[in-house]
Design a protein around this ligand. Structure first.
Ligand code: GDP
Ligand code: IMO
Ligand code: MG
Length: 430
């Protein structure tokens, strides 16, 4: 294989800052590819005084030398995609010949969103806290072998199949005793599909294979995070796709032998949006401070994110299941100015000290065991010279994870990035 695949993914509950790093590293790659998730993702990019939030389009779109590929593991809402394409074009960036979509990617149809809301209502207090973008129902139709794919939009029977699926959904919604405020209109969705027909739709596996054969270096951009993974996350409070490294091969159609590096992105603290266990959550003044300083409000839904200390038990687990070989720390600046910084080094699980991530955190009394670190005023000065206190924090993380933290981000802007080693150029194996 002449080219290679580097995978960049989140090690926590999403919103680690993946979009920022992908945009930063993209000039070192010929292609950026999304492999799972859908418009539940919100990836923020900040540069030249502007901010963009991408939901479906990969975060390499603003880098001229880079093409972008939406793999078949992604579920696509044509309306969101159209809005994004328009926003990118309005910023003077062309998507023509730069944005490719896999024919086998599944479609989110309007009733998927209603089903999402119905399912959340039925769950009551156990609701997942979904973004209500129709993600779960779309993947359910995919695995249930009922779904519609991008390639189907070119066939004469498409609208008939679509209406039949929507009728099925209607019955299901009514049987769940959910009464939607309004049934979504199909017209805007069909208009967006019309636009999708004119986009660069490709046979994904062949497309990406040929790029690799030509020697392309490809960066796979994860959405959500490891702890939201359908298998490895805090089930059932998870999303419906494989957010881990293995998901990149599945969602792009590339073999594991193409993988060169796995970049694990984590915040210097933790956040979670939606329901589910969060052992290091701080509901007091500290949580409030992290939310305010870190602007921790969802990029997709605007919901306040729950905030807490860094969880090294969960981080080590995430590193393990992904085979991470380079770490990237985000939002270290948000901790600046705190007299003291904490990180969970183990759990006290009903009186027993545990270093592993338990099967089910919801029913257990999990108490994090913290290590305290002296705080720092500012994380770094010009030229990425870090303060001693921050270096001590970093060195501890490197010691317990046995991995280098090769990138440190200290602000939302592209420029607020310190490279300790140019990871995208490093030859490595997982
Ligand atoms: P993603 O979903 O992983 O791409 O992350 P989001 O974009 O949802 O959330 C990350 C938020 O933090 C965004 O508002 C970013 O602009 C911002 N951000 C990214 N890196 C940093 C950083 O190092 N420091 C600060 N203060 N903000 C950052
Ligand atoms: P990015 O890519 C943070 C969360 C939701 C909910 C659960 C299931 O921006 O990191 P879903 O809509 O998939 O049914 O929601 O997962 N969630 C995210 N949290 N960042 C995301 O994406 C998320 N995508 C989904 O809040 O708890
Ligand atoms: Mg996000």
């Amino acid at each position: 294989m002449k080219g290679s695949l580097d995978i960049l993914l989140g090690l926590q509950w999403g919103d680690e800052g993946k979009g920022k790093v992908v945009d930063y590293l993209a000039p070192n790659y010929q292609m950026v590819a999304r492999f799972q998730g859908g418009p539940n993702a919100g990836h923020s990019l900040v540069f030249n005084g502007s901010k963009f939030v991408l939901h479906t389009i990969p975060s390499g779109i603003f880098r001229e030398s880079c093409i972008n590929f939406i793999g078949h593991g992604v579920v696509i809402d044509p309306i969101t995609l159209r809005q994004e394409v328009e926003a990118v074009q309005k910023a003077g960036v062309s998507t023509q010949g730069r944005l490719f979509i896999a024919r086998k990617a599944h479609l989110i149809i309007p009733t998927h969103k209603v089903l999402d809301a119905a399912s959340e209502q039925a769950k009551g207090r156990q609701r997942v806290g979904s973004t209500l973008r129709g993600i779960g129902p779309a993947y359910m139709d995919k695995t249930g072998r009922n779904g519609l794919r991008v390639g189907d939009i070119y066939s004469a029977g498409f609208e008939k199949k679509l209406r039949a699926l929507m009728d099925k959904h209607r019955l299901l919604i009514l049987s769940m005793k959910y009464d939607p405020p309004e049934w979504p209109s199909l017209d805007p969705w069909l208009e967006a599909v019309d636009q999708l027909r004119r986009m660069d739709v490709v046979d994904g596996e062949y497309f990406i294979y040929e790029k690799i054969q030509e020697g392309a270096r490809i960066l796979a951009e994860g959405a959500q995070g490891t702890l939201l993974d359908i298998d490895h996350g805090t089930y059932p409070y998870v999303t419906s796709s494989s957010t881990v490294a293995a998901g990149a091969c599945l969602g792009l159609g590339l073999p594991p032998s193409a993988v060169r590096n796995v970049f694990g992105v984590f915040k210097a603290y933790c956040t979670r949006v939606g329901s589910g266990p969060f052992p290091t959550e701080q509901t007091d003044e500290t949580g409030h401070l992290l939310r305010t300083k870190g602007h921790e409000f969802g990029a997709t839904t605007g919901r306040p994110r729950r905030c807490g200390w860094l969880d090294l038990v969960a981080l080590r687990y995430a590193i393990m299941v992904n085979g991470v070989n380079h770490l990237m720390m985000m939002k270290a600046d948000v901790l600046s100015g705190l007299p003291q910084v904490k990180a969970a080094v183990a759990y006290d699980l009903e009186g027993t000290r545990r270093n592993d991530f338990p099967f089910d955190l919801t029913e257990l009394d999990v108490r994090p065991i913290y290590k305290e670190f002296p705080g720092w005023e500012t994380i770094c000065t010009e030229g990425c010279t870090f303060s001693k206190e921050f270096m001590d924090f970093l060195a501890y993380i490197e010691r317990v994870t046995r991995l280098p933290v090769n990138l440190v981000s200290y602000g939302p802007d592209r420029q607020h990035t310190c490279i300790r080693k140019d990871v995208s150029l490093v030859e490595g194996s997982v």
